[in-house]
Design a protein around this ligand. Structure first.
Ligand code: NAD
Length: 310
């Protein structure tokens, strides 16, 4: 049994990770300031003897004794991370410094939830981990993209300078139950609009593609990464390599919800990448991982969640 800290444990991904780690019998400390997370996501865990919740902001130091740290604290959707961009950068950068400092003190292994946004608007497809990205440092998305890039830098400097056991995963679009219904992300947007019987808003002409990874698959990959041998740092892409256009996704959502929604087209937001697709060869060879839940099945489970919670 390990003592494991999950920052951002009250959020979408963090709460699923806590579920899995608690079920394995580890002693879990969930830390969250509930900026975008919700107590509802973890309410069912509060009675478990091996689960503990602490309200705390990771931009401040934390003194606890743990064996492993999963660092997920950070608002992840543009509406949330652009609400207070300075705090977003602080969460990524000061949060990383504080968690790395903690890992150094207690000799814990630490995993960073990085993002495909470190590739920016990529000029190579699909994106391999060796690609350095094409990121605007001064735009409205930069607080998130550059904050996450700086956090990666800090992880690798702590590894080189202090020999810390680090793991970095770059997460691509992930969806599933407990996503925020109003976070402006495409899967939740489409499902909520369809369930309300509204028309579905498509930005641009809808030909831009994205890949969508179901949450259970993503958590499998993260946990497999934490369990890799000490010398292996990543970064490793985690995501689904199957691409769908926005129009294809919208059509599926309409079919699975039985809605009669039509499409409304709006201009593309600034710096919105045209295409993003992970190369997951490294995850496959080093973690023996690849996503298994088909989009249709994942959407069905997510739609059921949104229906039951609305
Ligand atoms: N969901 C995705 O598709 C995706 C893609 C790429 C990367 N990620 C990364 O995975 C992590 C989790 O994302 P998510 O989708 O679960 O988002 P989320 O917003 O649901 O979860 C983030 C959690 O961090 C908490 N938090 C934010 N700032 C904090 C702070 N200063 N101190 C303590 N807690 C704080 C929030 O309250 C929330 O519970 C994030 O780091 C995100 O960047 C997610």
């Amino acid at each position: 049994m390990k003592r494991i800290l999950v920052t951002g444990g009250g959020g979408f991904l963090g709460s699923h990770l806590c579920d899995r780690l608690v079920a394995q019998g580890h002693d879990i400390l969930c830390v969250d300031n509930f900026f975008t997370g919700s107590k509802k996501n973890i309410a069912h865990l509060l009675q478990e003897p091996n689960f503990e919740l602490m309200r705390h902001d990771v931009t401040f130091p934390l003194y606890v004794e743990v064996d492993e740290i999963y660092n997920l604290a950070c608002p992840a959707s543009p509406v949330h991370y652009q609400f207070d961009p300075v705090q977003t950068t602080k969460t990524s950068v000061h949060g990383a410094i504080n968690m790395l400092g903690l890992a150094k003190r207690v000799k814990a292994k630490i995993l960073q939830a990085s993002t495909s946004e470190v590739y920016g608007d990529p000029v190579v497809h699909p994106q391999q981990e060796g690609y350095w990205g094409n990121v605007n440092p001064i735009g409205p998305r930069s607080c998130y993209d550059e904050g996450k890039r700086c956090a990666e830098t800090l992880f690798f400097d702590y590894w080189r300078q202090h020999d810390l056991r680090i793991k970095v995963v770059r997460i691509f679009n992930t969806y599933g139950p407990r996503m925020h219904p109003n976070d402006g992300r495409v899967v939740s947007n489409f499902i909520m609009q369809a369930l309300r019987g509204e028309d579905i808003t498509i930005y641009g002409d809808g030909s831009q593609t994205r890949s969508f990874c179901y949450v259970d698959d993503l958590i499998d990959g993260m946990m497999a990464m934490m369990d890799t041998e000490n010398g292996f740092t990543g970064p490793v892409n985690l995501g689904n390599d199957r691409e769908f256009s926005m129009v294809e996704l919208a059509e599926r959502v309409i079919r699975l919800t039985g809605a009669s929604s039509r499409f409304t087209f709006m201009p593309l937001p600034e710096n919105d990448p045209q295409q993003r697709q992970p190369d997951i060869a490294l995850a496959s060879s080093t973690l023996g991982w690849r996503p298994t839940v088909p989009l249709e099945e994942g959407l069905r489970r997510t739609i059921a969640y949104f229906k039951s919670s609305s």
